[in-house]
Design a binder for this molecule. Structure first.
Ligand code: ADP
Ligand code: MG
Length: 270
């Protein structure tokens, strides 16, 4: 069917084992999933359930021990540096700690220019590049003129996080993974960042994957929710199915951990 949703990123039997013998940890245990184009997915689980390990495999930062990942229907091949770079044009992340995301020796304009170059804009005239960078900064309420000569570490945590979103605005990836993107900052900037991510998703139509222990956030933002426990996906479905009608005791426990927020939503949805 023409309007059938296309699978953007999928995993089959995806597994990661760290270490050997007594040090052996089965961090991700034969997980299967289909993330569709343009959907918002949350992967929820307690600390240590394997969320970050799964995210790192999806990003190609660590190799699966077993299983495969497919991107737009093709088994992913990132065996060479060139293929890896190509994959990263389409699959990007924003991380828990914005400070770790930048090369500290690169000034902000270099960070943004790099994104333009990655999208094939190396040959653009300088004023066009400045226009694109100004637009990207404007999108996240930063002023490009005030940033050009600064280093990322001269920014506040909230500004850095917005700069990360400006990068994504320029890169226009097909998939964006956000691993606890808002835990470093206060509740107010947290809401702003979420709004910006949602805006950005509307703008470029990417698949957005939230990795979080916050099942409240998952309910609020997602189309689909995947629940992880001890490396396994124990339950998945639409946000309503999983969070309003959970089948697993583990999911119910995650929900019970945030009773207040949950009640607040019940009021707002009346
Ligand atoms: N590089 C690593 N080496 C060894 N064990 C690891 C490594 N990274 C993660 N683990 C282990 O894998 C499990 C899952 O961790 P992680 O994916 O970080 O979970 P989460 O992000 O859900 O908190 C944990 O038991 C963790 O200690
Ligand atoms: Mg984690």
């Amino acid at each position: 069917m023409a309007d059938e949703k296309q699978v953007c990123l999928s995993g089959k039997g995806l597994t990661k084992i760290f270490g050997f013998g007594r040090q052996r940890t089965l961090a991700v245990d034969h997980v299967n999933f289909n993330f569709y184009e343009g959907e918002i997915v949350s992967i929820v689980g307690e600390s240590g359930s394997g969320k970050t390990t799964l995210a790192k495999m999806l990003l190609g930062l660590i190799n699966p021990t077993e299983g495969e990942i497919a991107f737009q229907g093709q088994v992913r091949d990132i065996s060479s540096q060139k293929k890896r770079k190509e994959y990263w044009k389409n699959t990007q992340a924003i991380f828990q700690d914005p400070f770790s995301s930048y090369n500290i020796f690169n000034k902000i304009d270099a960070v943004l220019l790099d994104c333009i170059h990655m999208r094939g804009g190396r040959g653009l005239p300088q004023d066009k590049k400045v226009e694109l960078m100004t637009e990207a900064c404007g999108f996240v309420n930063l002023k490009f003129e005030e940033l050009t000569n600064k280093y990322p570490f001269e920014l506040s945590g909230g500004q850095m996080q917005r700069l990360m979103i400006a990068r994504i605005f320029l890169l226009k990836p097909k998939v964006l993974l956000a691993d606890e993107p808002t835990s470093m900052i206060d509740a107010c900037s947290r809401a702003t960042i979420l709004d910006m991510l949602m805006e950005l998703r509307k703008e470029i139509g990417m698949t957005l994957i939230f990795i979080t222990h916050d099942i409240g956030l998952a309910y609020y933002v997602s189309d689909s929710v995947y629940i992880m426990e001890h490396g396994k996906i124990v339950e998945f479905g639409s946000a309503d199915e999983v969070i309003l009608r959970p089948k697993e005791a583990y999911t119910r426990r995650l929900i019970n951990d945030v009773p207040k927020i949950y009640e607040e939503w019940d009021l707002t949805t009346v």
